[in-house]
Ligand binder design. Structure first.
Ligand SMILES: CC(C)(COP(=O)(O)OP(=O)(O)OC[C@H]1O[C@@H](n2cnc3c(N)ncnc32)[C@H](O)[C@@H]1OP(=O)(O)O)[C@@H](O)C(=O)NCCC(=O)NCCS
Length: 199
């Protein structure tokens, strides 16, 4: 289901996304996704600059609804010799419950398997994050196990559920994708592509 005039899409981050980034990172469950605080204009600008410039091992996209960034999806630790990467995602609370996260993850995974030539993508979340588990499974990732006490946050250690999606894994039949606008120098950027909206 879409609510805006333009279909949701993935696009490169822009420095003028700082207001949307600051608003989203004011929510604790989004703030937890960053390694350092994003609470000031300067920190938002630094966060965006890293997303925009760190293109060697990172491919980071804004989830855009009607021209406004409502979330992020990112391939990190891209290893071109092993053909692997990690995927992470977040949505501002107002944008949740519409299938945007699973469609974004599915879209980025398919670009990674296609144009980037990756063969495996890893995903992990704390076991007390059922929404993230639903996104992983909806986007075609396979649960692979639980790492005990893997992450420490505010003095508490959390078990982490791990997933993988292989290039050869079957894709769920009802998986939604969206349009993706690539940076001009990204693999596949010269190829026209169409997207479909989240169901
Ligand atoms: C994880 C997150 C992106 C999910 O957002 P969302 O809008 O619910 O995602 P989608 O609508 O694409 O998919 C949601 C799926 O999760 C399910 N879901 C949502 N909240 C849930 C919950 N609390 N418990 C169980 N399932 C839940 C939905 O029913 C849906 O499943 P379906 O497609 O089978 O119907 C969002 O909660 C978020 O940004 N959280 C904070 C950041 C975060 O935790 N990121 C992941 C780090 S690993």
């Amino acid at each position: 289901m879409t609510t805006g005039a333009c279909p949701p899409r993935l696009r490169p981050w822009r420095l003028d996304d700082s207001g949307a980034v600051l608003a989203a990172f004011a929510h604790a469950d989004v703030a937890r996704q960053a390694w350092s605080p994003v609470t000031t204009e300067a920190e938002a600008a630094e966060w965006l600059t890293r997303r925009i410039e760190d293109v060697e091992r990172d491919a980071s996209f804004a989830i855009d609804v009607d021209g406004r960034a409502v979330g992020g999806v990112r391939l990190s630790s891209i290893d071109r010799s092993q053909r692997t990467a990690w995927i992470g995602y977040w949505l501002a609370p107002k944008a949740r419950g519409r299938g945007l996260a699973s469609a974004s993850v599915a879209t980025l995974a398919e670009w990674a398997f296609g144009d980037l030539g990756l063969e495996r993508i890893d995903l992990a979340h704390r076991v007390n994050n059922p929404a993230s588990a639903a996104v992983a499974l909806r986007a075609g990732f396979v649960a692979e196990g639980v790492q005990r006490a893997k992450l420490r946050h505010e003095g508490i250690r959390y078990d982490v559920a791990t997933y993988g999606r292989l290039e050869s894994d079957p894709v769920p039949a009802d998986l939604s994708r969206m349009a993706i606008e690539l940076p001009v120098d990204a693999p596949g950027a010269d190829r026209p592509r169409a997207g479909t909206s989240p169901a």
